[in-house]
Design a protein around this ligand. Structure first.
Ligand SMILES: [Zn+2]
Ligand SMILES: [Zn+2]
Length: 352
């Protein structure tokens, strides 16, 4: 399914050829629909190039491995794998850092920056086959791991990043997660795994499906911010202000609440995009109360941890993508991601 230019999807056919020596060819099983796809669809992502086959959160079955690639990747035909979205060069100063290789100046991004107008054409998850290029960081699914759970390896990697890398959280610290979407739910699982406790999730009263999954993952408290004021309730619930707030909703008022809510010398991890809206922050509050705000994106260096979480089978990651679509209905999948119907958490294109 080719995005010929912003706003214009078209089903096209390409010939599937054997992979080059450096490539791995996979047959796509599941591609998770990301809110970034919506921005690429509307032409709002600076790194996006067209025509493009979108889809950067996917899992597939290895069909054929190039001769060079077979020396580099410990995978066999038939294995199910999920690539990281970013393809780093592996040599520049950014690529020699643990957590910042997504800043590589020549980084490639499946489904976003890699166009389909030249061979091997198939470089995004909304295609029945995908060529994994040289430099791809590849992770294997355990036999019991579902394709759905594997497809969100980068989203779970985000959750690990917000908690571990940016939040610097450890056993026994308290956390408030603002926003009950896939980012919040994956952060919740990562926090549980790290021994973070207690954990409070903030959402809206319309988020009941998300809250049900949050309870299954192991949240301690849920607050519906359209009914209750977290600034009043959270300190009572957990015996004081939280050590860390992870703000995923990007609603300007939620960013301000996060700063007011966190304890003195605490950290606010702010990862939402506001679509260009400005958010006033009173810096005196940050300085007087000694608050650290840390922002960021991506999952560089966090997906291996994410795969351990996913492959452990301890968390119901396969329930995050609770709306499924055939590839022919990608347009509807994108529309419902942009304007979610009742109980929608996250969508996925499921291939036969
Ligand atoms: Zn994504
Ligand atoms: Zn690089």
């Amino acid at each position: 399914m080719v995005l010929v230019e912003p706003g214009h999807l078209e089903l096209q056919e390409f010939e599937v050829r054997p992979p080059s020596p450096e490539e791995v060819l996979i047959r796509t099983r599941v591609t998770s629909v990301c809110s970034t796809d919506i921005k690429v669809f509307h032409g709002q992502v600076g790194s996006a190039r067209y025509p493009v086959i979108m889809g950067h959160e996917f899992t597939g079955e290895v069909v054929e491995i190039g001769s060079e690639a077979s020396r580099k990747y410990p995978v066999a035909v038939g294995d199910r794998v999920t690539p990281e979205p970013y393809i780093p060069c592996g040599h520049c100063p950014w690529c020699r850092t643990d957590h910042h290789y997504h800043n590589c100046p020549t980084v490639g991004l499946y489904g976003i920056s890699l166009t389909c107008d030249q061979p091997p054409h198939l470089l995004g998850g909304y295609s029945e086959y995908v060529y994994l290029k040289a430099g791809t960081l590849l992770h294997k699914l355990a036999p019991a791991t579902s394709d759905l759970a594997g497809s969100i390896s980068s989203v779970v990697g985000n959750g690990v990043r917000w908690v571990k890398t940016l939040g610097q959280m450890s056993f026994g610290q308290s956390l408030v997660i603002s926003g009950a979407g896939s980012q919040g739910l994956c952060a919740l699982a990562a926090a549980r795994e790290a021994g973070v406790s207690p954990i409070v999730m903030l959402g809206l009263s319309s988020d009941q499906a998300r809250f049900a999954l949050a309870r299954e993952i192991g949240v301690d408290y849920i607050i519906e911010v359209d009914r209750q004021d977290p600034l009043q309730i959270v300190p009572d619930l957990i015996g004081g202000p939280p050590d860390v707030v992870i703000e995923t909703s990007s609603v300007p008022s939620a960013i301000q609440t996060a700063i007011k809510l966190v304890r003195r010398s605490g950290r606010v991890v702010s990862i939402g995009l506001s679509g260009g809206k400005q958010t006033p922050i009173t810096f005196d509050d940050l300085v007087w109360r000694d608050i650290t705000i840390v922002c960021g994106k991506g999952q560089a260096g966090n997906v291996a941890d994410a795969m351990r979480l996913i492959n452990s089978g301890q968390y119901p990651f396969d329930k995050i993508n609770n709306f499924h679509y055939p590839i022919s209905e990608l347009g509807r999948a994108l529309a419902e991601t942009e304007h979610p119907p009742t109980n929608f958490i996250k969508g996925a294109v499921v291939f036969n």
